[in-house]
Write a protein that binds this ligand. Structure first.
Ligand code: ZN
Ligand code: ZN
Length: 356
């Protein structure tokens, strides 16, 4: 098998030829055909997340030590089964649910693997999908996405799922309420599409890039806001007529928080998904007086992935812009993503490996 590995954080990934693993027990060997490139891969590649104030969280502290294969949006074909793997057949095309926990603790037994304390996330702690082959611990983590375009389906494993799970945390809306989507990159755009599919129409898409705002309008955002300028929070509040019930922040930097959080109505929710980094200072009394919530949302669970895939299979979900490129171009793609030059998502094609 071939994989593209982090050998040194921040340096180009290196192609490695390895022995293809043999599935044991309930494991399934998947031959990867598509693998999405996610913005959070940039942090794993760099080796840390920025906690603000000069503080960093290093990915090696949760077991991501080079040489390491990233890639948490893999889709592929079942190539071999371990002796105890049931429910899937060789040759079937499947999307891999990557947010796998220990499988034994109360959180996992409750179907919330993504919040397990002993995570074994594919492409984050375990070898991921920037490779021709991938071992999945159990067939239950394989989702049938047939009928959905392969590249778009791959992106549902992280960007689609993360957006879907965050949208599930929006408080109960009434007719006057609005929802803001902060950041119209890969996640924000799919969020706009999911909100529309779920019948939530009063959506304000926010970004600093007119091209991304235009893409959000195309996917169904009723209003858009260019958040450059010091009065953006006020403009957002006005656009929502004072009824901004929720803001989902897919960027997660002090500047996006500074726009979204003050614009919320009473009992509104600031839902944070983006991992750009930094820190904020919040005055305490208004949190109580306005009864607002600041809550995090991290990827999603298997049930939610099946739900978002079902939306896509029923053609309810308008596909977001996805470019498919030969897998060997992964280093160029990471650089483009870092420079903010990617509209929507890029997905690696392992059936066209080409140079690199
Ligand atoms: Zn991701
Ligand atoms: Zn667990």
């Amino acid at each position: 098998m071939l994989s593209w590995d982090i050998v040194e954080h921040g340096k180009p990934l290196q192609k490695a030829l390895k022995e293809t693993p043999k599935p044991q027990g309930t494991e399934v060997l998947v031959r990867v055909t598509r693998s999405g490139v996610c913005h959070s891969d940039l942090h794993i590649w760099d080796g840390y997340f920025d906690l603000g104030g000069g503080k960093r969280f290093y990915v090696k502290e949760r077991g991501c030590v080079p040489p390491f294969t990233m890639g948490h949006e893999p889709l592929g074909v079942v190539e071999a089964l371990g002796p105890r793997a049931r429910g899937v057949k060789v040759g079937q095309k499947r999307l891999v649910f990557p947010w796998i926990g220990c499988g034994k603790c109360p959180v996992c037994r409750d179907g919330r693997d993504n919040y397990c304390l002993q995570q074994r996330f594919v492409g984050v702690m375990k070898p991921g999908g920037y490779a021709t082959h991938l071992l999945v611990p159990h067939p239950k983590y394989l989702v049938d996405a047939s009928g959905v375009d392969d590249a778009f389906a791959a992106t549902l494993a992280c960007s689609g799922l993360t957006a879907y799970s965050a949208i599930g945390k929006i408080p109960k809306l009434d007719a006057r309420d609005w929802v803001a989507v902060m950041g119209c990159g890969g996640l924000g755009l799919v969020a706009v599409a999911i909100l529309k599919a779920k019948g939530i129409r009063q959506v304000i898409a926010c970004d600093v890039d007119e091209g991304k705002l235009a893409a959000a309008r195309k996917l169904g955002a009723k209003l858009t806001l260019d958040t450059r300028g010091p009065d953006a929070a006020q403009r957002l509040q006005q656009l929502a007529g004072g009824y901004l019930a929720a803001a989902i922040d897919f960027v997660g930097m002090p500047a996006t928080h500074a726009v979204a959080y003050p614009a919320l109505r009473k009992c509104g929710r600031y839902i944070l998904c983006g991992l750009f980094g930094g820190e904020i200072t919040l005055p305490l009394p208004p949190i109580a007086q306005r009864a607002v919530a600041v809550m995090g949302s991290y990827v999603g669970n298997l049930r939610e992935l099946k739900e978002v895939v079902a939306l896509a299979r029923r053609k309810k979900l308008k596909p977001t812009p996805v470019a498919t490129r030969p897998a060997g171009e992964v280093n160029a793609i990471l650089e483009e993503l870092k420079a903010g030059r990617v509209l929507g998502r890029v997905v690696l094609d392992f059936e066209r490996v080409a140079a690199g």
